[in-house]
Design a protein around this ligand. Structure first.
Ligand code: NCD
Length: 337
């Protein structure tokens, strides 16, 4: 398939639809219709663009994207950068080391004003403080994508996870999904629980009592301290990393003790549904979150999640940046505006 055909396929997947918000800062502000639109576009990128061998689909030529990462990242940052470049946009990366905010005490407010004055089209932002992307989004004209804020949300991870579940199991509705690990400190869990609830999956959370947020049952999930009980018959086993950099070690006796009870190993996986898939957002602590044997097994879809992460970010950038171009064209044509 050549670039022109891909462009046609994408336009037909968009079918004149737009996202209801200029930003993606969390899962709650996205409607089911928004998410379905993102899934439809992701499918075109995953099944048609990525395998086509075409490296560029220059929909965003002349557009600029700033990737602003105040915390370490491999997968998320690389996929945003690759996606922006594949779509022909100019992408710039700013890290904690190179930003005035960290080194020269510039306030978040002033940083946002500076970014606004640069007239970038999209800012992707990872920050250690919860709520930062929401605050910046309200202050600037560019689209803002939350690439992880503290222990709060990581919406693009949840979107790629939902895509992966639907791709592998045909739907999310009615599936039994067990999320195991350091739920308390996990922004991945924060967004995943929200998106799975929207799509009516049954959610089981398995963790030591110290790693479960208080009153989490209010989100409509079941909690377990016994992972063996939680995994029985599950369709999806989603393992989270013990977040040592967020003091997780203070919440468990030792990593060895933790892994004995909560590591996803082959013996435990056999208790799940026969065709259960195993997921993890990465980076993985092998033998703590997942055993190497599980990671290399045919049930693991961890690498597929990474590819789907690229597809989702291609879709999001196209959806968030393009409409304004379309609208501007429309305005020029009709003389309205
Ligand atoms: C996660 C993150 O940074 O929130 N990783 C990712 O984006 N794929 C999860 C983690 O660090 O454990």
């Amino acid at each position: 398939m050549n670039v022109e055909d891909l462009h046609k396929r994408l336009t037909s997947a968009m079918a004149g639809r737009y996202l209801s918000s200029k930003d993606v800062t969390g899962i709650d502000p996205l409607s089911r219709t928004d998410i379905e639109l993102i899934m439809d576009c992701t499918r075109v990128f995953k099944l048609e663009f990525i395998p086509s061998g075409e490296k560029k689909l220059p929909l965003l030529q002349g557009r600029s994207i700033i990737n602003f990462f105040f915390e370490p990242s491999t997968r998320t940052r690389t996929s945003f950068e690759l996606a922006g470049k594949a779509l022909g946009a100019d992408t710039i990366n700013i890290s904690a080391d190179s930003s005035s905010m960290n080194k020269k005490n510039e306030t978040l407010n002033d940083t946002a004003r500076t970014l606004n004055a640069m007239h970038a089209d999209c800012i992707t932002l990872r920050h250690s403080s919860a709520g930062t992307p929401m605050m910046i989004a309200r202050m600037i004209k560019a689209a803002v994508i939350n690439a992880g804020d503290g222990m709060h949300e990581h919406p693009t991870q949840a979107l790629l996870d939902l895509y992966t579940i639907i791709e592998k199991r045909g739907r999310a509705e009615g599936l039994d999904v067990v999320i195991v690990g350091d739920i308390l400190h996990s922004r991945v869990a924060g967004s995943l629980i929200r998106i799975l609830r929207k799509f009516n999956a049954n959610i089981r959370l398995a963790a030591p009592p110290t790693m479960l947020p208080a009153y989490v049952e209010r989100f409509g999930v079941k909690t377990y301290h016994d992972f063996d009980e939680a995994i029985a018959g599950a369709d999806v086993v989603y393992a989270l990393r013990v977040q040592l950099e967020r003091s997780a070690a203070a919440f468990i006796p030792t990593l060895r003790e933790y892994s004995k009870r909560f590591c996803v190993n082959m013996a435990r996986l056999r208790q799940a549904a026969e065709d259960a898939i195993v997921m993890h957002p990465g980076p993985i602590n092998r033998e703590v979150d997942l055993s190497s044997e599980v990671m290399e097994s045919r049930q693991s879809v961890v690498e597929e999640q990474v590819t789907n992460g690229l597809a989702v970010r291609l879709a999001l950038l196209s959806l968030l940046i393009r409409p304004r171009e379309d609208l501007a064209k429309q305005t020029r044509l009709t003389g309205r505006g």
